[in-house]
Write a protein that binds this ligand. Structure first.
Ligand SMILES: *[C@@H]1O[C@H](CO)[C@@H](O)[C@H](O)[C@H]1NC(C)=O
Ligand SMILES: *[C@@H]1O[C@H](CO)[C@@H](O)[C@H](O)[C@H]1NC(C)=O
Length: 261
């Protein structure tokens, strides 16, 4: 019953593109072309909204490896060299750790700390290899250091599954959980001149009404013990709002820096 209901969604010819992250999402940029790939992503997002908990495996019905070829050209098609992501923090247990990709659902991974020590990842892991896809054509809403783009990852499989970083929002808490998910679109991010990962925004929410103006880069990363879909890791999270610290105790503020391999 649930299954047929979800499958029904896939058969809808058009679902409006709502985006999955609001400000900072790729849809904010003026040159985004809505193509078949976008509606696939939108269907995924719709499923995600309807079924926030398992069975997320249903998403696999939609994103089969053989369908990737049909998804069309990527919107962010300028690919960086491969790199690892390294944390720096005042917390000595977190400082210097790299990020790994930790299984948290069918073809979904959290950005867990490589050192292990969590319920679902007790042992050290190899750091994950990431790439950053930006675009020569993207018109960002204003000047800002660092071209916007998407963090991409090849999930080991036969063939490998192209994945990108999304922000997952649970409305009852005050942070977003970055997740790697199949597909080519995701949260728009940037690297600055010091190779620090951030999120750019151009709306000032501290005025009423909010005003738009200069694009700024924000750095609101924390390492927290997380729960998602039955998995418990120590992972990278994004605090929501100025000065916010995730409500989960014992999170460590971190900077996330890329180190090319
Ligand atoms: C990144 O760019 C490369 C080269 O254009 C492309 O093959 C790949 O699919 C892109 N990945 C994403 C996530 O857009
Ligand atoms: C991140 O880097 C900035 C700039 O170097 C620094 O001011 C800030 O204290 C750092 N934050 C953490 C958590 O290390």
């Amino acid at each position: 019953m649930l299954l047929s209901c979800v499958l029904g969604i896939f058969l809808l010819p058009e679902i409006p593109v709502i985006g999955n992250g609001g400000v900072g999402d790729a849809a904010d940029f003026t040159n985004v072309v809505t193509d078949s790939k976008a509606s696939v992503e939108t269907n995924i997002d719709t499923v995600q909204r309807l079924i926030p908990d398992p069975p997320w495996d249903l998403r696999f019905l939609l994103v089969r490896p053989e369908s990737f070829a049909a998804l069309g050209s990527a919107q962010f098609d300028v690919e960086s060299k491969p790199f690892n992501l390294v944390l720096s923090s005042d917390d000595a247990k977190v400082d210097g750790q790299t990020l790994s990709a930790c299984h948290t659902g069918a073809a979904i991974e959290q950005l867990c700390l490589s050192g292990g020590g969590s319920v679902s990842s007790p042992n050290p892991l190899a750091p994950a290899t990431f790439r950053f896809n930006s675009s020569a054509n993207t018109v960002s809403p204003g000047p800002a250091p660092g071209a916007p783009g998407v963090l991409s990852y090849q999930l080991p499989a036969t063939p490998p599954i192209p994945s990108a970083l999304h922000f997952f929002y649970d409305p009852i808490t005050n942070f977003a959980l970055p997740l790697l998910q199949p597909g080519y679109s995701g949260q728009t991010l940037s690297f600055d001149a010091e190779e620090r990962l951030g999120v750019q925004g151009y709306v000032n929410y501290k005025t009423s009404p909010p005003t738009s103006g200069q694009t700024s880069t924000y750095y609101r990363w924390f390492a927290c013990f997380t729960y998602f879909s039955g998995y418990q890791y120590q992972s990278l999270v994004w605090a929501l709002g100025d000065g916010a610290e995730p409500e989960t105790p014992d999170c460590a503020a971190v900077n996330v820096t890329r180190v090319f391999i």
